[in-house]
Design a protein around this ligand. Structure first.
Ligand SMILES: C[C@](O)(CO)[C@H](O)COP(=O)(O)OP(=O)(O)OC[C@H]1O[C@@H](n2ccc(N)nc2=O)[C@H](O)[C@@H]1O
Ligand SMILES: Nc1ncnc2c1ncn2[C@@H]1O[C@H](COP(=O)(O)OP(=O)(O)OP(=O)(O)O)[C@@H](O)[C@H]1O
Length: 282
């Protein structure tokens, strides 16, 4: 009989606002952003093996195994701890790639948290966040596991509670390159810092919006079509755009017509990552 292994969730995130307030000497940008998760997830399975090899059961099309963030996260854990075992990783991919929903980063964070548990490594959440940052700026929030006001390059967190609204996400048919947006000469890099209270009062600006709209006309179209129903925003550097709704009914009224034309998702904002409910039930 084949063994049944646990499935670990890797949720998507949204940036409910994003301000660029400076730039470090290494080129990375200093941000103020608000992260919230949505109940749309990739699912990962980790099967222990008797040798020391890390492998992917079903590598993602177009992503060489050694570049996959789950592979790199597992390898980093082995390097850091000297752990000698291996693992086969299986990814059930649902999150669109290059959509600004942080799918690859979330897969990496789930790998760090799950293998820390399965391999009994005993690393603290703080340490896993530091390791995650070496894989990408968006990895630490998924290890943190709670909605947050974030500063630094997006890795210094303060827990916040954000209304858990219904959300419609549209994925325009393009892949936005985060690096390209952050290297644009037209990017606003000197926004004034604001306070959490300003965000709560309605400051939802995303400083990447102007550059992304100009370079990617389909993002511009998605924003215009979604804004007929509610305030439409860009997550991260895109390509995904989203709008919040107070009721499921209102969200469906937007989702139904838009989903005929756009790759779209009807989901809910969540303040606690399902990764930790999964860990506690491990
Ligand atoms: C835009 C956000 O999605 C907001 O959550 C993230 O800051 C991006 O996070 P990410 O996709 O994990 O990005 P990384 O893979 O670390 O970085 C991609 C590229 O974006 C630029 N980058 C990223 C994050 C940051 N705070 N400043 C930057 O300038 C860097 O040129 C970097 O080479
Ligand atoms: N497990 C993975 N899942 C998705 N992409 C991965 C993975 N591992 C590596 N990648 C690479 O990372 C790139 C970005 O993918 P991802 O889905 O994380 O984009 P994103 O949602 O725009 O991320 P972010 O919001 O962090 O910029 C992909 O095009 C792919 O080449």
């Amino acid at each position: 009989m084949s063994e049944v292994y646990k499935r670990w969730p890797a949720p998507a995130k949204l940036n409910l606002m994003l301000r660029i307030v400076g730039q470090r000497e290494d080129g990375y940008h200093l941000l103020q952003t608000v992260f919230q998760f949505i109940d749309l997830c990739d699912w990962l399975v980790f099967r222990p093996v008797n040798d020391s090899v890390i492998s992917l059961r079903n590598p993602l099309p177009g992503v060489p195994e050694a570049d996959d963030l789950t592979f790199r996260a597992a390898q980093l854990l082995k390097e850091e701890t000297g752990y000698e075992g291996g693992v086969v990783i299986e990814i059930e991919k649902h999150l669109p790639m290059g959509g600004g929903l942080g799918g690859g980063s979330s897969d990496a964070a789930t790998t760090l948290v799950a293998l820390n548990n399965l391999w009994r490594l005993g690393l603290s959440r703080e340490r896993l966040m530091q390791l995650g940052l070496r894989l990408g700026a968006d990895v630490p929030i998924f290890v943190f596991g709670h909605s947050a006001w974030a500063e630094g390059v997006g890795e210094v967190f303060q827990k916040i509670e954000v209304p858990e609204k219904w959300i419609v996400v549209l994925k325009p048919d393009c892949h936005v390159d985060t690096k390209e947006i952050f290297s644009s000469k037209d990017l606003t890099r000197d926004s004034k810092s604001i306070k959490i209270a300003d965000f709560i009062a309605g400051q939802h600006q995303n400083d990447c919006l102007g550059v992304v709209r100009k370079l990617y006309p389909s993002v511009d179209r998605a924003l215009r079509e979604l804004s007929i129903f509610s305030e439409a925003r860009l997550t991260g550097t895109g390509a995904c755009v989203f709008a919040q709704f107070d009721t499921e009914l209102a969200a469906k009224k937007a989702y139904l017509p838009l989903s005929k034309k756009w790759q779209s998702y009807l989901c809910k904002g969540i303040n606690r990552s399902p990764l930790y409910s999964s860990l506690n039930g491990a």
